[in-house]
Design a protein around this ligand. Structure first.
Ligand code: HEC
Length: 139
């Protein structure tokens, strides 16, 4: 009987612990997911692709192919896939986005953060800079 009691007790406290762990975990995840900062080292990576009509149009083509589904045709974060994601796709037209350096935006496109995919191996670095130059026209 004593062992049965102990087992029950352990099961109960075990479940309680598991439950509070899950609550704490989801709370922390939500908290952390709010802000996405590129590392300080990304800030000063300088853009080797000068902005020009051809760079912007290259960037736009890629954007329409690979980014529009989430980020929306005008970069307002309202693409058809956006509503199924837990995380906001951000609004590229806002000053809050545009105040980042080219290097930081490049770093985010390169590395991604789930559900934002990484484009490191899917694109050449030059294409990612063309994308940065295109995103600058959305402000
Ligand atoms: C599957 C949907 C999806 C696709 C496709 C996608 N993104 Fe994203 N993107 C996101 C989400 C969601 C975030 C926000 C991530 C976060 O905050 O953790 C994001 C964030 C970003 C950011 C950072 C925004 C900020 O406020 O700093 C940039 C830049 C970006 N995406 C560019 C692109 C580009 C360029 C492409 C195409 C080459 C692309 N994304 C494709 C979903 C997507």
């Amino acid at each position: 009987m004593k062992t049965l009691f102990n087992f029950k007790f352990n099961l109960q406290s075990g479940l309680a612990l598991l439950f509070s762990g899950a609550v704490l975990c989801s709370f922390t995840m939500q908290h952390v997911a709010k802000k996405w900062d590129a590392p300080a080292s990304a800030k000063s990576i300088s853009n080797p692709v000068k902005t020009s009509a051809s760079s912007i149009s290259e960037g736009k083509n890629l954007y329409m192919k690979d980014c529009k589904s989430c980020h929306g045709a005008k970069g307002k974060g309202d693409g058809p896939k956006a509503e199924n994601l837990d995380v906001s796709c951000k609004d590229f037209t806002k000053a809050d986005f545009q105040k980042q350096s080219d290097g930081e935006i490049f770093w985010k496109i390169t590395n991604g953060r789930d559900p934002m995919p990484t484009f490191k191996s899917k694109t050449e670095a030059e294409d990612r800079w063309n994308l940065v130059n295109y995103l600058r026209t959305l402000k």
